[in-house]
Design a protein around this ligand. Structure first.
Ligand code: ADP
Length: 263
């Protein structure tokens, strides 16, 4: 509980800590302005047909800037979550192209979907963001290629020992993990990884907001997130989200006690 309090205090402080973000945003804006400038020059010279790649560059910078502020807004909780019943298997499957485009060719991305996965209840857009963040972190940890495994599972936490070990209350959860066989994290990096603005990546490559955003979203959704990592071996980040059993849930009629589809 103390840890959660510390984390939430940090998350509040982030509202004020906009300097780094403003800097990143400004860089992107400079890119947009520069490209628009070039487009204007080309058009003035009657070479408007050569402006294509500058339009593309401007668009790409503008999109990255939009995604940065979007993430920041979500992070600072000014953007309300919109929780709905979600099938995590379907959500991940729908991201397959995006995930492969976000990784390099030397990285194999494999999905391991649990059969009859329970529904969960969360903001689908935020969950997509979380998965994308975890996959990008996994990619960044593998310099010479490797394998990323995205797995889902039904998880019933019934005994207290397991609950303590996983940091969860007793109950039913959908677990979603992203595992890589990359560089791994030392224990002190694991300890700081959820802190806003903590990054070990070179300047301009990491914001240090990815995992803290994931943490904020998962906590707000009534779940938990856990890192298992060993330097030189790899990292598994697992998100646990509460099972949803309300209307629209195909498993709603299944009585508690029958753990269906557990793999
Ligand atoms: P960023 O990715 O912008 O650095 P994050 O909050 O997502 O910010 O991650 C914080 C830090 O945690 C990273 O800089 C990295 O050191 C470490 N980290 C996160 N995911 C992994 C991973 N899969 N493997 C190794 N290190 C990781």
């Amino acid at each position: 509980a103390e840890e959660a309090l510390r984390q939430s205090q940090k998350m509040e402080a982030v509202g004020q800590l906009t300097g780094g973000i403003a800097h990143d945003f400004n860089n992107l804006l400079t890119g947009v302005i520069g490209s628009l400038d070039l487009i204007q020059t080309r058009i003035a010279r009657g070479q408007g047909d050569q402006a294509g790649r500058y339009i593309e560059a401007a668009l790409s910078s503008a999109k990255r800037a939009a995604s940065l502020t979007h993430r920041l807004l979500a992070f600072s909780r000014r953007q309300p979550l919109d929780p709905k019943p979600v099938d995590a298997n379907m959500l991940i499957a729908s991201m397959a192209d995006l995930l492969r485009r976000s990784t390099r060719e030397a990285i194999r991305v494999e999905e391991r979907f649990a059969k009859k996965l329970w529904m969960t209840h969360c903001d689908a857009h935020q969950l997509e963001n979380a998965v994308l963040n975890l996959v990008i972190n996994a990619r960044d940890a593998m310099h010479d290629g490797g394998q990323i495994i995205i797995a889902t599972e039904n998880l019933a936490v019934e005994d207290g020992e397991m609950a303590t070990q996983l940091g969860l209350g007793q109950g039913r959860y959908v677990s979603l993990s992203v595992a890589d066989n990359g560089a791994g994290m030392s224990p002190d990096v694991v300890e700081k990884a959820f802190e806003p603005f903590f990054t070990t990546k070179p300047m301009g490559q990491g914001t240090g907001l990815g995992l803290s955003m994931v943490y904020g979203f998962v906590k707000q959704s009534g779940g938990h997130v856990r890192i298992e990592s060993a330097p030189g071996c790899g990292t598994t980040v697992t998100i646990y989200l509460p099972r949803y059993t309300g209307p629209d849930s195909p498993q709603a009629e299944i009585q508690a006690g029958a753990i269906d589809g557990r793999t």
